[in-house]
Design a binder for this molecule. Structure first.
Ligand SMILES: Nc1ncnc2c1ncn2[C@@H]1O[C@H](COP(=O)(O)OP(=O)(O)OP(=O)(O)O)[C@@H](O)[C@H]1O
Ligand SMILES: [Mg+2]
Length: 368
């Protein structure tokens, strides 16, 4: 390796900040605008949706950075059971840190007993959560800042807990307090969540559906990032590599990472054949990571359902799936809902379902 070559800059890991944020120009504008207004702006309530590996967690991180840059306090949580209590504990710590003075002591005194962090909050804790939040927000308001809460994987949230959060935040908003809430989750499951009416005010949130980036943008970014290699990568090879990602963020990182790694050990300009090796490795890993993660919670019956679906080359009708499984209509309906929540399948028009992850059908056919 040449001494001039920098370290591999690509980050093919869940939630890791990429070397360049591709295809997300303007996405946070409304949120950042809201941070300046501090209360009641629509962008202060934002939900990011998108397929696995599309970059939802990364966008939450960007939102957090933007909030911190405006001096806001940030609480970053994942919506596994007990998140209300964990947010409560973070609010208390924040108040403690803020409050050497009397205001801080007043705030922390409210929540002296602590919050349950294993389940949703019992009524008394709920009241003290609100009280603590209210006081903390007033303290931050005096400083012309606010509190931004990010909640990842919201599709898996316990509905009662989410309703508690929604109720409290709605209160804060009504009192014109400086609160921002940014969520991320899988699209079909988030739609279900919003339709269930757990938190009607969430329907008014800015919903930003994240998509794959344009290939040209990937190409431009690759050109800049690969300029750090000791031996430059031929522009035609950069184009091939960019096209193979389909603009899909996780693949952008994987392809970049494998190419870089190969360039390190080759110590000569890469050939077409080299690039093909790196691309194949990247795509294999993508399939393994994304599909394995998505299937990790699938039961044997879920798998039967998915395999019945995989018999079709395109979207499958639930009637056909039911027939193949020999199942009752309502059982099919239950599995359909479960698999949508897991981000494995998504509705594709009247009575039809399609796979939500590229390559899942082929994977299921190969592992019959
Ligand atoms: N805009 C982007 N440009 C380039 N790479 C990105 C971008 N957004 C995310 N990535 C990369 O894509 C990968 C997946 O990002 P992230 O973990 O945020 O996805 P996700 O949507 O949260 O996935 P999951 O649904 O599995 O949680 C990471 O390696 C990250 O570095
Ligand atoms: Mg994520």
């Amino acid at each position: 390796m040449s001494p001039h070559q920098t370290q591999n800059p690509f980050r093919p890991t869940a939630g890791a900040e990429p070397p360049q944020l591709i295809g997300r120009a303007g996405v946070l504008d409304e949120f950042v605008y809201g941070l300046r207004i501090r209360s009641g702006a629509p962008g202060l309530l934002t939900i990011f949706t998108g397929a696995r590996g599309i970059g939802k967690t990364v966008m939450l991180g960007e939102a957090e950075d933007a909030a911190r840059a405006q001096g806001w306090v940030v609480i970053s949580e994942t919506a596994t059971r007990g998140f209300m209590g964990r947010i409560g504990e973070s609010m208390r710590t924040t108040a403690e840190e803020l409050g050497e003075g009397p205001a801080g002591r007043r705030v922390t005194g409210i929540a002296a007993a602590g919050f349950s962090i294993t389940t949703e909050l019992p009524p008394r804790e709920q009241a003290s959560w609100r009280h603590l939040g209210d006081n903390l927000l007033r303290l931050l308001d005096d400083q012309q800042t606010g509190l931004a809460i990010t909640l990842d994987e919201i599709h898996g949230a316990d509905r009662d807990e989410l309703a508690q959060l929604a109720a409290a935040v709605q209160h804060f908003i009504r009192d014109r307090l400086p609160i921002a809430l940014v969520f991320a989750g899988l699209p079909a499951a988030v739609s279900d969540l919003l339709n269930e009416g757990v938190a009607t005010f969430l329907r008014r949130a800015d919903r930003i559906d994240l998509h794959a980036a344009a290939i040209e943008e990937v190409e431009t970014s690759y050109r800049e990032t690969f300029a750090g290699l000791a031996h430059p990568l031929d522009p035609s090879l950069i184009r091939i590599a960019a096209a193979s990602t389909g603009g899909y963020p996780f693949l952008i990182q994987l392809v970049g990472y494998h190419l870089w790694q190969l360039a390190e050990v080759t110590d000569a300009p890469l050939t077409v054949a080299d690039v093909e090796v790196a691309l194949a490795a990247a795509h294999r890993r993508n399939t393994r990571v994304v599909i394995d993660a998505a299937l990790s919670t699938a039961s044997p019956k879920d798998l039967d359902f998915l395999r019945a679906m995989a018999e079709d080359d395109g979207p499958a009708s639930t009637a056909d799936i039911g027939r193949r499984l020999g199942d009752q209509k309502n059982t099919v309906g239950n599995y359909r809902a479960r698999l949508i929540d897991a981000g494995l399948v998504q509705p594709a028009g009247r009575g039809r379902l399609e796979f939500a992850i590229p390559g899942l059908r082929e994977h299921l056919r190969q592992t019959q």
